[in-house]
Structure formats: C-alpha cells, structure tokens
Ligand binder design. Structure first.
Ligand SMILES: Cc1cc2nc3c(=O)[nH]c(=O)nc-3n(C[C@H](O)[C@H](O)[C@H](O)COP(=O)(O)OP(=O)(O)OC[C@H]3O[C@@H](n4cnc5c(N)ncnc54)[C@H](O)[C@@H]3O)c2cc1C
Length: 666
C-alpha cells in the first residue's frame, strides 16, 4: 500500500502557503459545534490546545500529571531554534531546512522540514508576546547560542530552563481558554484506549488516576501529544512518567508506527553510577559551546585516574586527546549528537573511559574560563596576567551562562565543575521514531492526529539540538490548528458523539479486563524488575551500535520477557484507588511490545544512518555508512496482532531541493 502523505504539489517554498489555501476551513460559528480531545499537555499539546480553543473549537485536554506544568517538556534546558538570523551570521529558512535534513541524515520528509523552518521564526514572536523571558544581550536584544551540527547561532534560550519557560507561556495561553470555558482540563487522567466509530477516531477511554474510575470521552477528533518513548530503555534522561502507551494504543487501533528504531543517544549526560539508578540526567548540549571533550592519551594515565592516584587537572595538555577536535576539525566539539556519542563510545571501548565503570569522558571548561577571564580583564582594564583574577572573572561568565547546570552537576556528582572537568557519557534522550503522520499531521486513522515528540515528524534519523521544542511548538501553534480543519469541515453537522455507543462500551470493557488481570495476577516480581530487564536488552542489543546477531537475540528475548511478565508480574492494591504501580504495569506492558517492534525495525534497516548505527554498515574509518539506494524511505509499520507480525509499508523520500550527500563534519 502506498502511504498517502498528502504533500501538496509545487515548489517547496510555496508548498505550505499553497497548502493552507487549499484546506477546508471551518467557520468560527461552526467550530463551536466541534469537540477536539488533546491527549498530553506538554509543549506540543498545550500550544495546540490553546490555539484550537482560540480558534473556537471545544477542547478537552488530558495529562497524567497533576498539572500541565509538570510535563516532561519542562526538562528541556538548552534552547529552541529559529531562523531569525539575529546574529547576522548568514542564517536563513533554507539554511535551517538544509541543516535539519542533513542532520537527520537524509531520512526526513523534505516538505515538512521546509515548513518547520518557515514557521520557526513565528514561534519566537509568539513566545515573546506571551512573555517568555528569553535571554537578551547587553543591548536588550534577544541572544542566541549554537548547538551541534550547525555553524550559525540560531538557538534562543532562557538560561538552562528554556522548556520550562516556554511551557509556562503555553500554559498561560491555555489558562486563558480554561477561563473562557473553551478548554476543559482533565489532569491526573491517563488515556487507556482510543475509540473508533465507523473507523474514525471518536473518543478515548481515560482512567482517573486518583480514584481509578474509567471514563468515556467523545470528540470529533483526537490529537495525541503524549511525548517520546525513550523510557523503553528504562534508564534515560526522560521524565520517569514518559511512556509510549497513548501512541501504542492508537498503533494497535490502526495508526502506523514509523521508524521505531530511530533513537537519539545524547552525548552529554551524567554517567551511570550503579545498579540502583532509575533515571539519568542530561547536561545540556549548550555546554559544548564552551566545554572541550577529551580523554587521556595514555592508558597509564587512565589507570591512575581510575585508581584515584591522578587528577585530570594534573594531565599535561600534550597528553590529552581532544578526540572530537582531532577527528572533526570543522565542527569540533559541536558535531551532531549521534557523531559525538559514537566517538565517546569508541574511546571508552578502547579503554580510555575515565571513571570506575570505564564509561565516561571529560567535558572541560578550563580553556573557556581562561579565555573569558582574559577578555573580561581586558574590558575592565585589569591585569590580564593575574591568574587568580582571570579565573574568577572567567568563572563568573561561565556561571552566568550555565550556572544552574553546573549547580545540578555538583549536587549529583559532588564535584565542582568550575575546578575539575565534568564527566559525561551518552544516554538515551529522544525518539525520532513515532506515530506516522501525513503532511496534515493526521495518522493513518481518520480523525486521529499526532504532534510533538509522539509523531515521527521532521528529524529523520537524528535530531539536531534545540529542534524538538521548535517542532513541538510549530505543530501546536502553527500547523495542526489549521490543518485539522481540512478533516473537521466534514463534521459540522455530525453533532455530539454519544458515549453510550457500543464501541465505547467495548473499549472500556477491554481496558477493565487488562487492569483486573494485573491485580489478580499475584506474581512474584515487581513491574520495575521487568522494565529493568527490558532496558538492559535494549541498551546492550539495540543501543548505540547494533548488529544482526544482537537484534535477532533481542527480538527473541523481549518476546520471552513479555510472556514472563504476564505470568509473573505482581501489582499490589486494587483498580479502584490511586495505584501508581498499576499505571506503571500498563505502560511497561506496552514498552514490552514496542521494544520488539523497535528491534525488528532496526534489523530490517540494514544501513547506518543518524542515531541508527549498524556495525555491518560502516566505512573503514568507523563512520556510519548510509545506503541511499535501498533505504531512502520511512518505515511505517502496520499492527497485525503482535509486533512480530507487523507489516512494513515504505514511504519513499524524494529530495528535490536538496542534494543528497554523505554527511561530513570534518
Ligand atoms: C533532559 C532533556 C532536555 C531537553 N532539552 C531540549 C532542548 O533544550 N531543546 C529542545 O528542542 N528539546 C529538548 N529536549 C527534548 C524536548 O524536551 C521534548 O522532545 C519535548 O519537550 C517533547 O514535548 P511534547 O509536548 O511532545 O511531550 P511531553 O512534554 O513529553 O508531554 C507529554 C504529555 O503527554 C501526557 N501523556 C502521555 N501519555 C499520556 C496518556 N496515556 N494519557 C494522558 N496523558 C498522557 C503527559 O502527561 C504530558 O502532558 C530535551 C529532552 C530532555 C529529556
């Protein structure tokens, strides 16, 4: 079956404009007759809800936290991209488009990415108007910094709290609509299933997490904004509650799942410290603007460091291997995340890791502190040769830029990163894969949409830093609220959808049966026991590098683990009370299915591209080797009863405005 991606015809730069004029629009009066459910109130969901309500639709929002303000989006530290060219360094819509396609290793849809680059500039204006306190330079203008994979400064930021500030902006816009009665919010409610009526998405079954009650909610369209599924690895930088369930439930009801194996492993995270850890912490990529990454050149020095006999600051400059600067002189420490992560793994696999587990490299700010310190001394007319003064002045600059990140590092690791290099190692961070959507962001279920990290979207095989917030807010503020009218125009005479329909009854009964089975099971192991096991299989066999043998083993092992989970999981308590362990069990059940599809997808894609590195497909220098002839497509999987039976549909990717090249950052 050819996938209909609904990309409008015509030159790329005109497509979005042309498309907007082609879609059906619903008049403001008719919008009052239409209900839309939005599952998720992170940046994508909150911005979409506020805008849909502003346009006149009746919106119901759902999130499992006690407030939209607690969505995982608040964790975003580094910033948000936009092609404003405020720095006058040659940025443009085309350049952002080009960097994103190249960064994604030529595995994303050209028209979507161009649209993203076009609307990126509106996002900043929208957020500034909402009062988001973006960082400003000395003259009061909006400031920018650089992120990996680009050679211009286009990242807008609010210290190390960009996601939180953006979410407060979107949440304020939501609150205005809540006040007007246009948005009804259902916090601490988890979507448990999608309800289809005549094959269209017409509602959801939600569980009130406080009292356990199942509820039926109907609408004319359902928007899934439930975030990414990195927690399939158990350990990740995602919020503990991030999960795949809403996306997986719609997959099981007919929505194709695209590129599940495209995962981003972020190079700058605090290394794993032991078996009892349940969460990993990101040190923002913005730190690579000023931090230099290195390991010792000599294995003897590595040994001495691990034994506590040598400090990193005691290693001479000539005995340090700044391996990113050595291997990629053009981009240096600002190579994209996939490249930086693999390079760290390569050094650690060769035995140069600097912590006890051998899985850590240094991120060092000494050179920046000195450079900034000398500059400040010069500006202030002070003695540039006074080492102590220069250090203090330099530390003040670094503190102003990254203070909260340094503080977070010190609290977790108990080392002062102003005095000694940070230790970092790659960790699971983001999922480029997700629900397949067409150009209008509709899934393969009529009336069911997916936005933000939940869709497979615009990042191809690797997302560039600061582009997730851009995409989530583009989807929420500027794309979905307009494209959804194309579908909803058909529904102005439909009237309210009745939740007593048998389709609702059946969906509710299925959810109830699953939850009852969990609490009746009386097994021997906790939910986390299984989740940890799944995470280990995923990290060892579907992690930073993958091969045929490991992937085949992963498929078998995950299937066996799933069977054991249903036999042996123990969920205390009942279904009719606040029971977080029960909520977790339902989420892990879905991870156990997704994990298998993930491995199947990785096995099928016998090429290396972006975050997906197949050992069988590499250059003699160990760089990723893409196979454009055979794999320039999006893998869209159709559910067929269980993950092993999923059917692959290929959406061919055509590049008209961009020349497909081997990605090089050298
Ligand atoms: C540590 C960290 C730092 C990051 N920094 C940056 C950065 O600097 N720049 C950048 O561009 N990106 C960054 N990212 C990525 C970015 O934060 C995310 O991709 C983005 O915030 C996802 O937004 P979202 O709205 O799609 O989903 P989320 O913010 O994850 O929100 C998901 C929502 O769905 C709800 N939900 C989920 N399942 C259900 C269900 N079944 N029922 C009801 N509700 C449900 C949740 O309650 C929540 O409201 C970072 C990611 C991490 C982990």
């Amino acid at each position: 079956m050819a996938l209909d991606s609904k990309i409008p015809k015509g030159p790329l730069a005109d497509k979005w404009t042309q498309h907007k004029s082609n879609i059906n629009l619903v008049s403001p009066a008719n919008k009052r007759l239409i209900d839309v459910i939005v599952v998720g109130t992170g940046l994508a969901g909150a911005s979409a809800s506020a805008t849909l309500a502003e346009l006149g639709y009746n919106v119901k929002t759902f999130c499992f936290q006690d407030s939209p303000r607690r969505a995982h989006s608040i964790a975003a530290q580094g910033g948000i991209n936009a092609a404003k060219n405020y720095q006058g360094d040659g940025d443009s819509t085309y350049r952002l488009f080009y960097d994103t396609i190249k960064g994604g290793d030529y595995r994303s849809r050209e028209a979507n990415v161009h649209r993203l680059a076009e609307v990126s500039t509106n996002i900043i204006d929208q957020c500034v108007a909402q009062g988001v306190p973006f960082a400003r330079d000395y003259g009061g203008l909006l400031d920018n910094r650089s992120f990996g994979g680009v050679l211009v400064s286009r990242t807008f930021y609010a210290k190390g709290q960009t996601g939180q500030q953006l979410l407060l902006g979107a949440y304020s816009a939501m609150n205005r609509q809540i006040g007007r009665g246009k948005i009804k919010i259902y916090n601490r409610h988890e979507m448990m299933d999608l309800v289809l009526v005549d094959r269209k998405a017409r509602g959801i079954i939600a569980r009130n997490l406080v009292n356990g009650k199942l509820e039926r909610h109907s609408a004319h369209a359902v928007v899934i904004a439930s975030g990414g599924y990195g927690n399939v690895f158990f350990l990740s930088t995602n919020a503990m509650g991030s999960n795949v369930s809403a996306a997986w439930k719609i997959h099981k009801k007919g929505a194709h799942f695209a590129n599940p194996c495209f995962t981003q492993i972020h190079p700058t995270c605090i290394p794993v410290s032991g078996e009892h850890q349940s969460k990993l912490t990101l040190m923002s990529e913005s730190l690579r603007n000023d931090g230099r990454i290195w390991v010792p050149k000599k294995l003897d020095d590595v040994k001495a460091i691990r034994e506590g006999k040598l400090k990193p600051t005691e290693i001479a400059e000539e005995d340090r291997d700044y391996y990113l600067e050595r291997r990629y002189p053009a981009f240096g420490n600002l190579v994209p995340r996939d490249v930086a992560s693999r390079a760290a793994k390569e050094r650690c696999d060769e035995g140069y890791g600097v912590n006890k587990t051998g899985e850590a490299v240094y991120l060092d700010f000494a050179a920046s502190i000195e450079r900034y310190g000398k500059e400040q001394a010069h500006v202030k007319g002070l003695d540039e040769n006074d080492a102590a003064l220069v250090k203090k002045l330099g530390q003040d600059v670094v503190r102003a830029k990254y203070g909260n990140l340094f503080q977070m590092y010190e609290k977790i690791v108990d080392q002062n990163p102003y005095e000694t290099p940070m230790m970092i190692y790659p960790a699971v961070h983001y999922t480029m894969g997700g629900v397949w959507v067409d150009y209008n962001l509709m899934t393969s279920i009529p009336g069911c949409y997916a936005i933000g990290e939940a869709n497979f979207s615009d990042h191809g095989a690797n997302r560039l830093g600061a582009s997730a917030l851009m995409q989530g807010l583009a989807d929420g503020y500027f794309v979905l609220p307009y494209t959804i009218g194309d579908y909803l125009a058909e529904d102005i005479r439909t009237g309210a959808i009745d939740t007593d329909l048998p389709e609702f009854e059946k969906a509710e009964a299925t959810v109830k049966a699953q939850l009852d089975a969990f609490v009746k099971n009386q097994g021997t192991h906790t939910v986390d026991y299984f989740h940890k096991k799944l995470g280990k299989i995923m990290w060892d066999k579907c992690g930073m590098s993958r091969n045929v043998k490991g992937l085949k083993e992963a498929i078998t092992e995950i299937k066996a683990l799933r069977e054991e989970f249903y036999k042996n999981v123990k969920v205390p308590g009942t279904t009719t009370e606040f029971n977080p362990e029960l909520a977790k069990a339902a989420r892990v059940a879905d991870f156990l299915e997704l994990g298998e599809l993930f491995a199947k997808d990785a096995l099928e894609r016998n090429e290396s591209c972006g975050g997906h590195f197949r050992e069988e497909s590499q250059t003699p220098e160990g760089e990723a080797l893409r196979d454009d002839e055979n794999f320039t497509f999006v893998s869209a999987w159709e559910y067929k009863g269980e993950p092993s039976k999923a059917k692959l549909h290929k959406e061919q990717l055509d590049y008209e405005e961009i020349e497909v090249k081997t990605r090089s950052y050298k």
